[in-house]
Design a protein around this ligand. Structure first.
Ligand code: UDP
Length: 327
């Protein structure tokens, strides 16, 4: 039997981190999950604890990180990732993207591991061009409410690239566009869980602004496949992974109303500061370099996600306060 490859996944109890744990377990890796459980939830990885090739550390990666034994790969997915979360915990958001990334790059160097970081379409800010190719430098307000996330992620890309060029570390950068699926937090404030939660509770759907802003939603399985391929590629420059199927938030609300069959109305609330007006990934690079493109349509993905949200305990569906954290 060949030795299992060992991979550290930070943010392991979160939405994307937990799906990554599942994927690498399926590929017979030894998976070391790490999370401080501020926004993560152990229920997302509960099923893995019984496995001999899974272990978990409750640790904040903004502090010195050490893992005994060999490490072949590190995936850095620890970070609050919804506007509501990073407005509530702005300093932690800045620290995990900056100090946390620095610590993990040091660990990767020490272990001679390949490191992949989770970057974001937020590096493009409120983009002046649509769709956004990787060459676009973005339009970000550093001192606005989103600045804590956007600038942490931009710094994260910069320091990762510096370790690559200066230390010769093997690095990969994925720019993740809006992604959804089972294990999203129903109350993380993002538009998809917000709309589905409201529809299930029989409340009007809260559309911000006139709903003419656009997003492009990618189903989680497609995203995980793209990340898996990127990690195993030899490409160190950033790669967009997302679904280019763009929709206005108003149309999206109407889709959710139809999907849930709830007949709710859409009401308009003020648009948050610096809310991007348009967002759609240019995935030419992902197609050419990784042979990747999304396979799951929004209607298929939304059905699966709705079933997941409906399966949650009733008190969670009815809990609409965004202030709920695990600690
Ligand atoms: N949005 C909305 N109603 C909500 C939550 C969000 O209309 O209850 C809008 C938000 O203003 C943005 C879009 O939906 O234009 C996506 O917001 P989200 O917080 O999901 O993520 P973002 O893509 O802005 O990071």
């Amino acid at each position: 039997m060949t030795e299992r490859k060992r991979i550290l996944i930070t943010g392991a109890a979160g939405f994307l981190g937990s799906h990554l744990c599942d994927r690498f377990i399926k590929e017979d890796y030894h998976v070391i999950g790490m999370d401080n459980l501020i926004t993560g939830d152990l229920r997302n990885i509960e099923h893995l604890f019984k496995l001999e090739n899974f272990e978990f550390y409750n640790h904040d990666v903004s502090k010195f990180v050490y893992v005994p034994g060999e490490l072949h790969y590190i995936l850095h997915f620890a970070s609050p990732a919804s506007p509501i979360d990073y407005l509530k915990i702005p300093i932690q958001t800045l620290k995990v993207g900056s100090l946390g990334t620095h610590n993990l790059l040091g660990l990767a160097r020490n272990k001679k591991a390949r490191m992949l970081i989770a970057s974001t379409s937020e590096v493009y800010g409120d983009p002046n061009i649509n769709p956004q190719p990787e060459e676009y430098w973005g339009n970000v307000n550093p001192v606005g409410p989103r600045g804590v996330y956007d600038e942490a992620k931009r710094f994260q890309e910069a320091i990762t690239m510096a370790y690559h060029t200066f230390h010769g570390l093997e690095t990969r950068i994925v720019r993740i566009f809006n992604t959804y699926g089972p294990r999203m937090r129903l109350n993380d404030g993002r538009v998809l869980p917000a709309f589905i939660g409201q529809a299930l509770r029989g409340e009007p759907l809260t559309m911000f602004g006139d709903g003419s802003q656009t997003r492009s939603f990618c189903y989680v399985d497609d995203l995980i496949e793209g990340i898996y391929r990127l990690l195993h590629s030899d490409y160190a420059q950033p790669v967009n992974i997302g679904n280019p199927d763009e929709i206005t938030i108003k149309q999206f609300g109407e889709e959710i109303i139809k999907l849930t069959g709830t007949n709710q109305e859409l009401i308009s609330l003020p648009l948050p500061t610096d809310d991007p007006k348009q967002r759609r990934p240019d995935i030419t690079k992902a197609k050419a370099i990784l042979g990747w493109e999304p396979k799951v349509s929004r209607s298929e993905g939304l059905k699966i996600t709705l079933e997941y949200f409906k399966s949650l305990p009733e008190h969670e569906i009815n809990h609409k306060d965004f202030t709920y954290y695990n600690k």
